[in-house]
Design a protein around this ligand. Structure first.
Ligand SMILES: [Cu+2]
Length: 161
């Protein structure tokens, strides 16, 4: 074996080692840890498409929080929507109207419904790629910047109102 062959096989051995250790880390759900808030659980998530294309859609879900850390829910993103905003209904000028939701404090044991007529997540600038029967990802952001991503079923207008 000459010197260059030896160097080549040493390099190959190192490369193999590198691959092996990469494989080891890949098994840990690193991506999920970044986008999951400890103690947060979402169920019944759905995006209701608007009856008229171009209007906003709306996302409803049930949120359960059992984390030790107190957080405040303040922002959200929806894949396929240009923007998303938390709204609540409140009485304003004698009428029930939608308005921006204040950051929502969450402590251990809290259960919050985002439902028709109550708190909800408005989805503006919907992509035509969002079609009933599909799913899209919703990402919640809390104080401190931690994020929680979950899938929402896409439903046609008129359902689940
Ligand atoms: Cu709204």
């Amino acid at each position: 074996m000459n010197k260059s062959t030896l160097a080549a096989s040493a390099a190959l051995a190192l490369a193999t080692l590198g691959l092996a250790s990469c494989g080891g880390t890949a098994e840990q759900p690193a991506a999920q840890a970044e986008d999951a808030i400890e103690g947060m659980a979402i169920s019944e998530a759905r995006l209701i498409l608007p009856a008229v294309a171009g209007n906003p859609g709306v996302v409803y879900f049930e949120l359960a929080y059992d984390g030790d850390r107190q957080v405040a829910l303040n922002r959200a993103k929806i894949e396929g929507a240009q923007s998303a905003e938390f709204h609540q209904y409140g009485e304003w000028a004698g009428e029930m109207q939608m308005q921006s939701m204040q950051p929502l404090p969450l402590k251990k044991g809290d259960r919050v419904s985002f439902e028709p007529g109550g708190n909800h997540l408005m989805a503006m600038g919907l992509s035509p790629d969002l079609q009933a029967g599909g799913t899209t990802n919703v990402t919640l952001t809390v104080s401190g910047g931690a994020r929680h991503t979950f899938p929402a079923q896409i439903q046609p207008a008129g359902e689940d109102r």
